[in-house]
Write a protein that binds this ligand. Structure first.
Ligand code: NDP
Length: 254
């Protein structure tokens, strides 16, 4: 029995055209699954597809704005049309607006919640019928250290990422009977476009993360590959509703 065998499986990864999403897509592809990456930026997607093809993966891109319900439905339908099935859904696409709560507009609040949380709900709902037809599936939702901690500038972001954990738990209980496992991963500080922006806005962030993280470094997108492979395949068949930190020890250190 190969606990990490994903041959014949199909994974949809939102925001798989870069950063953590591409790291997770690479992890799942390395176990043999076909990959559909989704996002808005076609240039980034072309680069990501090249990286996936270079490692021998069967991979395609579907353009989608996951804040739009129609795009979430079309994404899952498109993946089924391309590959005939959807076994794995990674709800990874996300954004952030860094502002104190008193300065955050209602539009900014909705933008962050729609991108980070509502999209995951809509894509999961869209993928559910396909997984039921196939006798099971795996959903992996990307949370954050802000699923656990608060920060002054992160009201909308932390609300969305706390919601990701609770949504995962609720869906895990709802869909256990369908043999669908729903889990969250909670990345620590990972070097991506998102955090490169944060480092430009926050003085000293580079060093403070290194000091605060027991492993003494930022994570890389490739650090997210292993947990994705684990949660996408048979190795995690009795794991559901969990929220797994991948953080170099950040969440267990004072
Ligand atoms: P990136 O900015 O590199 O990636 C975000 C991805 O989300 C992009 O590929 C982007 O694709 C996609 N995306 C954003 N909005 C939409 C949209 N409306 N429709 C479709 N796709 C969209 O950041 P990260 O890789 O760092 O972030 C990935 C996830 O990890 C996010 O959920 C983030 O909150 C989470 N995270 C990141 C951490 C970190 O330290 N980097 C820590 C904890 C959590 P496109 O540009 O094509 O739209």
């Amino acid at each position: 029995m190969n606990l990490f065998d994903l041959k014949g499986k199909v994974a949809v990864v939102t925001g798989g055209n870069g950063g953590i999403g591409l790291g997770m897509a690479r992890g799942i592809a390395s176990c043999g699954a076909s990959i559909v990456i989704a996002g808005r930026d076609r240039d980034k997607a072309a680069t990501a597809l090249t990286a996936l093809h270079e490692m021998g993966a069967d991979a395609g891109f579907i353009a989608a704005d996951i804040t739009q319900k129609a795009d979430c439905l079309a994404l899952i339908a498109g993946a089924e049309a391309l590959y005939g099935r959807v076994d794995i859904l990674v709800n990874n696409a996300g954004t952030s607006v860094r502002k104190m709560p008193q300065d955050l507009s209602e539009d900014e609040w909705h933008h962050v919640l729609d991108t980070n949380l509502t999209s995951a709900f809509l894509c999961s709902q869209a993928a559910y019928p396909a997984m039921v037809r196939q006798g099971g599936g795996k959903m992996i939702n990307v949370g954050s250290m802000m699923s656990l901690f608060g920060a002054p500038y992160a009201t909308a972001y932390a609300s969305s990422k706390g919601g990701i954990v609770q949504m995962s738990r609720a869906m895990a209980t709802a869909w256990a009977k369908d043999n669908i496992q729903v889990n969250a991963v909670l990345p620590g500080w990972i070097d991506t476009d998102l955090t490169r922006r944060a480092r430009q806005q926050v003085d000293g962030l580079q060093n403070s993360v290194e000091k605060r993280t027991p492993q003494g470094r930022w994570g890389t997108a490739d650090d997210m590959a292993g947990v994705a492979a684990f949660l996408a395949g048979p190795a995690s068949d009795f794991v559901t509703g969990a929220a797994i930190p991948v953080d170099g020890g950040f969440s267990v250190a004072m």
